[in-house]
Design a protein around this ligand. Sequence first.
Ligand code: SF4
Ligand code: SF4
Length: 180
Amino acid sequence: MSILINWLESLHQEIIVTSKCVRERSRKSTCGYCLEKCEHEAIVIKEKLLFINTTKCTMCGECIVSCPLSAIEGNINNRVFEKGSLVFDYNYVPSLKELLIYKKRGMTSIQAHQPLNKNWETVLFETNDQLQLLEESPIVVVEKVIDEMLTRRALFGSLQKEGKQLAKKHGSSFMEDGEG
Ligand code: SF4
Ligand code: SF4
């Protein structure tokens, strides 16, 4: 598991193809999972080795999660976590492997303010199947309301504060008016 943890921790770096790539080990390899996933033609082959064209790369991270050897490292910039929960975003679909790794790292739920779309549902279903085989608890979907509640609370709190400040200010100006 430490390899996976190291890989996950590496997500805080730039996107790079490391020496773990099978093409580095064997020039005969035609592996291309990452190439197939890159919609931006940002992965280029030079003398059978892979390089990332940083001017085309959007740091979407699709190649990172597609590589079976976890040979690509870097930062997936569209994954958002809140309090140990992955925030649902219909702009991408996490892979089964990705969710399993997040789970191993302590993520227990997916936060969504709307129902998950079909693609997310499918991956989550398959991931929970795997987790069941591993005798681990499933990843659950929770409603994304905590923030709104906090925001509302914060809003009321600040309104109350402003109200008190306003009352104080007017109170003192009334006093001043009265004194004048
Ligand atoms: S998927 Fe991984 S192993 Fe295969 S070519 Fe890409 S980086 Fe190399
Ligand atoms: S991060 Fe996205 S854009 Fe960049 S090389 Fe990988 S798949 Fe292509």
